[in-house]
Design a protein around this ligand. Structure first.
Ligand code: SF4
Ligand code: SF4
Length: 404
């Protein structure tokens, strides 16, 4: 295993993090009812992870059963507390909610303290303000740190580059969990800013949202050869010295070998890696009407996330990434601030965005084309049902805390 310093936290953590979002039946409410199969799955995966030298475990209050599962697994395994670092996250909206939530999370995890606590989802201006307001959640988290319940405070984000930079510049955080992959490099400036500020960088879901890399398109597979897509992207991420760790939602034993094969003895910038990257870069340069993801076209009055829609178009044209494009595109209009934006079919051709695009792209035409290629009613409906179930569970929990 390789370890890196997690920025100013001064903690050395494994470059592979065990992400706890995908244990068997882990998303079925209620959160505290733990099927034997789920516990066994969590025990087995956690045991193997620790044996392989993974010392960083990640979860969140929002991951339904996950904290409770880790609590059971770590107790069952009798893992010495000093042999792992635990990160969890939560999004209390007020100072009052914060202490109660952290205490509940410690209880679920059966721990006395948390190594890392991330305010979950600084995704827009409103949530940033709610998190950092005087007397608000982050201030209380700092108090809990002084009391010894939390050791380091950070945040996670799915927000725009501007929001991430604004949050980093508050100087209230020691680490950030963000999206940055080969197929999504928009946040490079945030990664660099974090590095300048000595803020640890944790990469969220490099294999799934980074491009569904366990199931690459034929073109991606060929361009990465002799590496797998997972190896190529993981090594790309780790070639940035600012990046500390990649979070992998491991829930099957075979995921370990897939992910551990990324490790390359810290040799992530070798000439051989550059040759493969050039091979990967080539198809993108041939895309007609390439969107550079600069975001100058925003805002759109119909709230279409133009750069993200056109990113899926870029990937479809360059790499035939149809499955990934459909998976992500059909999440629009269903995930709120986690993945904001309306379907491209909502474009009214008002033309507001056109003069702002430095590439002079025919944005309405490209949006229409992308919607026709990627919209899938079944996938969209499935996502809506899942989101409704999660919202219903949250609502029930507020109504009857003991129930869920
Ligand atoms: S032309 Fe379409 S995409 Fe552009 S701003 Fe108007 S509605 Fe939005
Ligand atoms: S301004 Fe043009 S190039 Fe930039 S993100 Fe919008 S569509 Fe893409």
């Amino acid at each position: 295993m390789e370890y890196r310093r997690f920025g100013k936290t001064e903690e050395n953590i494994s470059v592979i993090t065990l992400g706890g979002m995908r244990f068997k039946h882990g998303w079925n409410p209620p959160r505290s009812l733990l099927p034997k199969e789920s516990i066994q799955n969590c025990i087995e995966i956690t045991r193997q992870a620790l044996e392989l030298g993974i010392n960083h475990i990640e979860t969140a209050h929002g991951y339904m059963k996950s904290e409770n599962l880790y609590g059971e697994a770590l107790k069952e395994l009798g893992t010495p507390r000093e042999s792992f670092k635990m990160m969890t996250k939560g999004a209390p909206m007020t100072g009052e909610e914060t202490r109660a939530l952290v205490e509940e999370q410690l209880d679920s995890l059966k721990l006395d303290y948390l190594d890392f606590y991330g305010w979950h989802g600084i995704n827009n201006e409103e949530r940033l303000k709610a998190a950092v307001k005087p007397g608000g959640p982050v201030e209380v988290l700092h108090r809990l740190r002084e009391e010894g319940l939390i050791r380091h405070i950070g945040f996670s984000t799915h927000g725009s580059l501007d929001i991430i930079q604004e949050a980093l510049n508050t100087n209230l955080f020691s680490f950030v969990n963000l999206h940055y992959y080969y197929f999504f490099q928009r946040n490079l400036a945030a990664v660099r800013l974090a590095g300048e500020k000595d803020i640890g960088v944790f990469i969220i879901s490099p294999n799934e949202k980074g491009g569904m890399l366990w199931k690459p398109s034929r073109k991606v597979e060929e361009a990465c050869h002799p590496l797998t897509a997972i190896e190529f992207n993981g090594r790309f991420c780790l070639s940035h010295p600012e990046v500390t760790t990649l979070s992998m939602g491991i829930h099957e034993p075979e995921h370990f070998s897939q992910n551990l094969s990324i490790l390359n003895g810290e040799d992530y910038t070798s000439p051989a890696s550059r040759v493969i990257q050039e091979k990967m870069d080539a198809p993108l340069s041939k895309v007609s009407s390439l969107c550079t993801l600069c975001a100058e076209c925003l805002p759109c009055p119909e709230e279409i996330n133009i750069p993200e829609v056109l990113r899926f178009r870029n990937l479809l044209q360059a790499y035939e990434m149809e499955d990934y494009g459909k998976f992500r595109y059909n999440m629009f209009e269903g995930e709120g601030h986690w993945f904001p934006g309306n379907f491209a079919s909502k474009c009214t051709e008002c033309g507001d965005c056109l003069p702002r695009c430095p590439e002079k792209l025919e944005i309405p035409k490209l949006l229409k084309e992308t919607h026709a290629n990627l919209f899938n009613r079944k996938a969209w409906f499935k996502n809506q049902v899942f989101q409704l179930a999660v919202s219903a569970a949250k609502f029930l929990r507020k109504l009857v805390p003991g129930l869920t």
